[in-house]
Write a protein that binds this ligand. Structure first.
Ligand code: APR
Length: 266
């Protein structure tokens, strides 16, 4: 990734004057916080583990302990990591424009940087519910195991999911598995945010998973400018007005008005 991010003056002017901005983020948004992506060759989660074994309802039925342990491991990692300058730049942008964040990510780094998230399209690592009766589980199940650094969490630890207090069924992660429906209303809110935007910013997604990947095409189809922030070309690149080939932690502080770095947040 290049050190100095040079942005098209027309893009910078539009970012400065846009009243409504829709931001669509994927795993690359959190990469520079230390959260692994899914499909990056040699380091993505799906290089080490099989989505069929961990991220489907069938996987849960086959081995709820394995699935539970893996998601709790990911949640503990996130708990020990921090938002990056890209998250903070988006939060600052919202002080001068209407910035609506739609994320595929299940981490809480946007929120911890101060952004409101309009939709978590694929759920959250920190929401839990009963897999049998659907009752939300009220407790915070993500303990840091007394660790203060994510490096101590290089492997999941096998453990049993807690029992639902209402029916005794096993509690599951509040994430959306392949083949499951997205949270009610999430795509509708996201599509509306994109359709009403003066600028759509697509950050850190390979653009391979539907229906999230269809959102930038709504903008392109309406002639709404789209900027992609990603070190690599993606399936969405042909639909982008601008492509910023840099990491989001470096590019977003340059793109967002008032996005310059500030002291570290929570
Ligand atoms: N800044 C911006 N983008 C980055 C950075 C970075 N620092 N580092 C990597 N990327 C890009 C990669 O080039 C890649 O295009 O982030 C993208 C990550 O792509 P994926 O790993 O496929 O993640 P994502 O697109 O979010 O996956 C979508 O797939 O498995 C499901 O539910 C999961 O939400 C996830 C969905």
């Amino acid at each position: 990734m290049d050190d100095v991010v040079s942005l098209d003056p027309d893009l910078l002017e539009l970012a400065r004057t846009a009243r409504t901005v829709a931001v669509l983020t994927g795993a690359g948004m959190s990469a520079e916080s230390g959260v692994p992506t899914f499909r990056e060759p040699g380091k993505g989660l799906w290089d080490r583990w099989s989505p069929a074994q961990l991220a489907t309802p069938e996987a849960w039925e086959a081995d709820p302990e394995l699935v539970w342990s893996w998601y709790l491991w990911r949640a503990r990692q996130v708990r020990l990591l921090r938002p990056n300058d890209g998250h903070r730049a988006l939060a600052r942008w919202a002080r001068t424009a209407r910035v609506r964040v739609v994320t595929q990510n299940v981490d809480d780094l946007h929120e911890r940087a101060g952004s409101e998230v309009l939709a978590h399209l694929h759920g959250s690592l920190f929401a839990f519910r009963c897999s049998a009766c659907g009752t939300p589980y009220p407790g915070d199940l993500v303990d840091g195991l007394g660790l203060d650094r994510a490096e101590g969490l290089d492997e999941p630890v096998r453990e049993r999911p807690p029992a639902c207090p209402a029916c005794g069924g096993p509690v599951r992660p509040g994430v959306v598995w392949f083949g499951e429906l997205l949270p009610e209303g999430a795509m509708e809110r996201a599509a509306e945010a994109v359709a009403q935007a003066d600028l759509v910013v697509v950050v850190g997604t390979s653009g391979l998973v539907q229906p999230a990947a269809s959102l930038p095409l709504i903008a392109a189809g309406r002639g709404i400018p789209v900027v992609e922030v990603n070190p690599e070309d993606t399936a969405l690149t042909p639909h982008a007005t601008w492509s910023v080939r840099a990491g989001s932690a470096r590019a977003l502080p340059r793109l967002a008005p008032g996005g310059g770095a500030e002291p570290a947040s929570r």
